[in-house]
Write a protein that binds this ligand. Structure first.
Ligand code: AMP
Length: 127
C-alpha cells in the first residue's frame, strides 16, 4: 500500500510559511525548528522539506540528496546545540515516531532531538 501524505498537516503549513515556527537551521532539503512543547532543555524537530509521512517512507522513497541533507542536518544540530555524544557533549536521544503504534501526532516525518538533561530509560510502560 502506498503512503498517503496529508498536505494540511501542521508541518506542511510551516514549510509553506502559513504558520510560524522557531527555526534553528534551514538547508536545501531540511528544516529544523524548536518543538512548541519542549520535553527537555533541547527539543528540536528536524523535518525534510519533501512530502514524507514518516521515517520508513522517507528511507524508502527520498532521493539520496534528501537523505544525505537530512542526516547531516541532524548531526549539525546536535553539534550546534552541544548535545552530541563526543567528549565535548553529554549526548541526546533521537526519536522518530511513526504511525499508530508509534503514536505519531503529526504525519510529516520529524526526528525529535532531545537533550540537555538525563533522559532516563528509553520506553515507559504502555498505558
Ligand atoms: P509526534 O508525536 O512525534 O508526532 O510529535 C509531534 C510534535 O510536534 C510534538 O512534540 C509537538 O509538541 C510538536 N508540535 C506540534 N505543533 C507544533 C508547532 N506548530 N511547532 C513546533 N512543534 C509543534
Amino acid at each position: 500500500m502506498a503512503y498517503v501524505y496529508d498536505e494540511q498537516n501542521i508541518f506542511a503549513k510551516i514549510l509553506r510559511g502559513e504558520i510560524p515556527s522557531n527555526p534553528v537551521l534551514e538547508t536545501e532539503h531540511s528544516l529544523a525548528f524548536n518543538d512548541i512543547n519542549p520535553q527537555a532543555p533541547v527539543h528540536v524537530l528536524v523535518i525534510p522539506k519533501g512530502p514524507y509521512v514518516c521515517y520508513d517512507h522517507f528511507a524508502l522513497e527520498a532521493s539520496d540528496a534528501e537523505i544525505v541533507d537530512f542526516t547531516r542536518t541532524v548531526g549539525r544540530i546536535c553539534k550546534m546545540l552541544g548535545v552530541q555524544a563526543d567528549a565535548a557533549g553529554d549526548g541526546c536521544r533521537l526519536i522518530a515516531n511513526a504511525g499508530a503504534h508509534g503514536v505519531q501526532e503529526v504525519p510529516h516525518l520529524h526526528v525529535h532531538i532531545l537533550g540537555g538533561r538525563m533522559l532516563g530509560r528509553m520506553l515507559a510502560p504502555a498505558k
